[in-house]
Design a binder for this molecule. Sequence first.
Ligand SMILES: [Zn+2]
Length: 117
Amino acid sequence: MNIAVTIPRIVCERLALDSMQWCAWNTDDPLCRSCADHPAAAVQRFLSIHVEGELDFELFCEGDLAGNGQTSNRMRWAPPDLFLECGECRGSGRYTGLIASELCRACEGHGVIRILY
Ligand SMILES: [Zn+2]
């Protein structure tokens, strides 16, 4: 039995190769999808319909949704906004240097970066 805590895995893919439509779904329930004309919009729509409150999840998206060149990202849904876990501080909001620990400059100490599109 797998007792590890698993976080939801959300996939976002283009509807078809030549399509401008993107669809998002949870890998636990692949038939339940939300689509939009931007990957972040599809994910946002999916979460706003299917998730109550905040959610941490792993996003797999072939589009560069977060603008960081990664196809897999740890994300947070805090309605109505989507956030990317900060890659510089790994979500801690702090940067630990040789002498002192200071606020992470990439996310200004928030640990997450809001997705704008
Ligand atoms: Zn940071």
